[in-house]
Structure formats: structure tokens, C-alpha cells
Write a protein that binds this ligand. Sequence first.
Ligand code: TRP
Length: 440
Amino acid sequence: MSNRATFATRMGAIAATVGSAVGLGNIWRFPYEAGQNGGGAFMLIYLACVVLMGIPVMVAEFVIGRSTHRNVCGALRQLSPGGKAHWFGYIGITASLMILSFYSVVCGWIVEYLVMACGGRLHGLNPDEYGTMFATFVTHPWRPVLWTVLFLLLNHLVLRRGLKRGIERVSNLLMPLLFVILVIFCIHSLLLPGAGEAVTFLMAPRLDDVTPAVALKAMGQAFFSLSLGLSCLLTYASYFKNSDSLTRNATVIALLDTLVAVLAGLMIFPAVFSHGMEPQAGPKLIFEVLPLIFNQMHLGVMWAVLLFLLLFLASITSTISMSEISIAFLTEEHNLSREAATAVNTGIAVVFGTLCALSFGPLSDLTICGKTLFDLFDFVSSNVLLPLGGIFFAVFVGWYLDRRLVRAQLGRGPVVTIVVFCMRYVAPLAIAAVFIYGLL
Ligand code: TRP
């Protein structure tokens, strides 16, 4: 395992895992999903999912990863010799490639906006003009593809050169800055005239909105945001030290991740309401709303550059973690060199990422079950494969694994008892229920 990176310190391990969890899922996906799915109702179910399913499944992944110190398939083979459990590893690897493909498209949009912000071109327009600007860009025949591919190449370089340490250090330094900036933006937004309406929208659930479909979306979002269900955190936990408390790590990570998502919501929605825009705008939401916020801020150009730069860094730490799943698998199970494994990962993502990037423009008519390729990848991975992976991990650790092994990893205490209870009973049943009702 000499080719594996390791985390030097406990802080490093937590910071890297938070780096995986905090990304576009919090700042881009959370606000638009909340906006499309009833605001408060979505938020309420989301929080419940984080506590009742997210933390237990995260701990389950941690147990598998840290007790074996291996990639997902290797770990499952070791824990269930001769069994079929490692097939779930293949599902995780497939899902990670799907997510990497559509996620990189949005990372590409971020890079485009960063470049525009640097040129001062994001400044001084009205809401309609920002809408047109975004629409013109995403439907362009090659510009989104160019940025997607460039982003994937950058991701490739970081992974291949083993700059992981470097980027980790940079992001450890800059992620707290992202947090501070989000708080500043939130305060700014909460002083806007639409703030009251926005807070009600986001925080006060209307019971009519609590539907199975909303629950499925909220659950998918919780898994997505916490990087759960496809063994991303399992892979990271394989680099954890044996002395770390897994339940404490999981709680800290879930808390920070949720905080960032809520801050993003409080930053976006007041601006949405104060400009009389629709919260249901979908994936384009932040790209049309953020420039409006910059417009009203003193030194808006600087804030725009700073925020998009930090978003870029937050997203590359997430794509690194997604890529690490297949790279660890290919290097350890198939003896590929790290270079070759990284190339395979990037190659697949470039092909599917290109198709996803085109699905807003030239390929927008190519739909499967009424969804464009981008939407399909997002839906199948986040709302189907991640929850299924979640059930698997919870049941595998909660019921199948030797109790002594689990105890050795988790120790004892009231928190551990609650988490293990949720892992065995609440999480699998709740995920299954939401999943079945949500898809009906
Ligand atoms: N959680 C990240 C975000 O919020 C995305 C992510 C990274 C992810 N690794 C993952 C999502 C693994 C699902 C599974 O942006």
C-alpha cells in the first residue's frame, strides 16, 4: 500500500473529509433543491435525514474503511471472504464516476464565472440580463465542454502529481475563509428587504409540501452532501488513524457540512425574494442570484472573485475524493500504477462529462425517461444509488459484521449506542421507506 496517501494528523483527516463533504452540494445543489421542493419542508426532512441516516451510515463506512485500510472492494472481500458483498463496491465505483461526470460540468461553470468575475464582467447587469448570460453560456456548443474538460484535467494533475498534500494544505487554510465569507454574505443577505419572507420559506415547513417525492429529494441531498453511500468516506477512513473516534469525527463532519448548507440557503434566498425571482429556478439558481448579491456589495468585483475562487477550491477537494474511489480500486485490485489509474478515471469522466455538459445545449433533446443526461446522472446516482449504498453499509456493519470488530472500532458510550441503534434499525428502514414511496 505504499502508493496510498495517508493523513498525517487527526485534524488533517477531518479537514480532508470535510473537504470532500463541503462542495457544490452545499452551495449550489442545496439551495436549488430546497427551492424546488418546498423550502421548509425540504429543510426539515433534510435535517432528520442527516441525523437519523447520515451519521449512522457515515460511521458504518468509517468502520469498514478503518478496520481494513483498503479500497472498497478489497475491504468488503476481506470482511466477507467468498461473499458477494464486494459487488456493492462496483456499484459505488460506477456511481462515483457518474457523479464526477455531471459535477465537473458545474465545476466548469464555476471556472467560467470565476474568469468572468476577474474580468469584471459579472458586474452591473439586471436580473434578466444575468439570466440571459447564463442561458447563453450553458447552451453554447463548446464553451461549457471546454471548461468541464479543463477542470477534469486540473483534477487529474492534482491527483497524479500527488499534490494532495499541497492542495490539502491550501484548502485547510482556505476552507475556514470560505466559511467566514459565507457568514459575511449571509449577513448582507439577511439585511435585504426580502429576508423575512426568505427565512419563513426556508425555516417554516408547510405541511402540504411534505410529500414522498420531497422526502426522496431531501434524502438524496443529505447523502450527496455528506459524500455518503458510494464508499467515498470509506476510502478516506481507510487513511484514518486507529486512535480517532469515529463517532466524533462523523458528528463533527455532519455538523460542519450542514452548517455550510444552511448558510448557503440563508445567503441565496433573501436575494431571490428581494428581487422577486422564483426559488424554483433549478440548477441555474446560484449563477443568477450570486451576481445580484455582488452588485449590491461594496467592492463587489473583489467579493465575486473571492467567492468563485473558494467555490472552485471547495469543489476540487470534492472531485478529488470522488476520483480516489476508483483510483484506490484500480491501483490495489488491478495493480495499475497511480498514473494509469488516474488516467482511466479522467478518461471516463471526460467522455461522460462532455455529454453532460452538452445536455443543456446541443444534446438537450436527448432525453431518457424525460430527463436529460445531466439530470439522469444526477437523479440515478443521488436519489437511487446513494440511498441503496447507504442501506447496504448500514446493514452490513449493523447486522453482518462481527460485533467485536464493530465494538473495537467504535468503543462504548451513549452516543455509540444511539448511533448503532440507528444504524441497525432506523437508517435501513427509513431509507427503504423513503426510497420506495418516493419512487412510486
Ligand atoms: N459531498 C460533495 C458535495 O457536497 C460531493 C461529493 C464528494 C460526493 N464525494 C462524494 C457525493 C461522494 C456523493 C458521493 O459537493
